[in-house]
Design a protein around this ligand. Structure first.
Ligand code: B1M
Length: 231
């Protein structure tokens, strides 16, 4: 079992199985309005926003991805479901910010979705949870050039660079970042963390990244570990 998510500690209401199923169904139905309504209601009742996200909305969007992959859904439906997902992610992220821990983590992190990739729902959840845990996060957005990521990290004197990629065709950008850091003699200055659906611990090790995180909660834990390894 996963440990309780940091950033939402203090919330103890469990989300009912039927509610989680309804959340997934609303993403599949591309119903942004009803999905947002459900998110507001469940969070308003004091339930854990991350449980709702991880147990309901994310399985919903994953099902959409599978149907799209099998040719049973097309791009307009994928976009409709993404739109619903974006709406609930904004609500969940807002709730995470409101439940932010008073404890301040030290550490400045630059985060981006790599060049060529416009997927940013997961990256935005990671950013929100890091912020909720007190990290100083500079979100450069999506489709970001490797050079721009490095420039920002240098300018902001960041401790960690985090990248997200959802496409197998853009994963190489995470290696490009490692190589560019080495070439510029900057590799020792930053810790790196990688994530995104096709990314694995094996990929992280292969390209020489310092850490891999499967989800936002693990992202926070690994970021903490990376900060400790710096001091
Ligand atoms: Co697209 N898409 N998409 N898509 N999309 C995938 C990724 C795909 C797997 C669907 C499929 O075919 N099954 C497939 C990629 C196949 C591949 O690469 N082999 C795909 C494709 C093909 C495409 C297009 C090419 C479709 C087309 O145009 N023909 C196109 C590409 C555009 C581009 O980027 N250049 C495209 C477009 C889109 C939309 C715009 C419609 C939309 C994105 C909207 C947006 O993000 N603003 C979209 C969506 C929604 C998806 C799926 C269905 C869902 C992604 C998502 O939001 N997941 C996706 C299928 C899937 O992944 N199952 C799919 C929920 C999110 C919470 O999870 O992002 O994994 P995730 O983030 C997690 C973890 O991975 C981790 O923590 C997060 C929270 O738990 N994590 C990190 C992520 N980043 C991290 C960073 C960290 C640490 C952890 O540290 C820094």
């Amino acid at each position: 079992m996963r440990p309780p998510p940091s950033g939402s500690e203090g919330r103890c209401g469990m989300v009912a199985k039927e509610t989680l199923e309804e959340a997934a169904r609303l993403i599949l139905a591309q119903d942004a309005e009803k999905a947002a309504e459900l998110a507001r209601r469940v969070i308003g009742e004091g339930s854990d926003p991350l449980e709702l996200m991880n147990g309901g909305f994310i399985p919903g969007i994953n099902q959409v991805g599978e149907l799209f992959n099998r040719g049973e859904l097309f791009l307009p439906q994928l976009m409709g479901a993404a739109n619903a997902m974006k709406a609930v992610t904004d609500i969940v992220n807002e709730a995470l910010a409101a439940a932010a821990q008073p404890r301040k983590e030290t550490g400045t992190i630059v985060v981006a979705t790599v060049k060529g990739d416009i997927h940013d729902i997961g990256k935005c959840i990671v950013v929100a949870l890091l912020r909720a845990n007190g990290f100083s996060v500079h979100d450069l957005g999506r489709d970001v050039e490797t050079d721009k990521i490095i420039d920002a990290a240098v300018k902001l004197n960041a401790d960690i660079i985090g990248t997200s990629t959802l496409l197998t065709t853009t994963m190489f950008r995470q290696k490009e970042l490692e190589d560019a850091l080495k070439k510029a003699n900057l590799r020792q200055r930053f810790r790196t963390i990688v994530g995104g659906a096709p990314v694995t611990p094996r990929w992280a090790a292969k390209i020489g990244a310092d850490a891999y995180a499967e989800d936002a909660q693990e992202g926070v834990r690994k970021t903490r570990d990376l900060m400790l390894s710096k001091s």
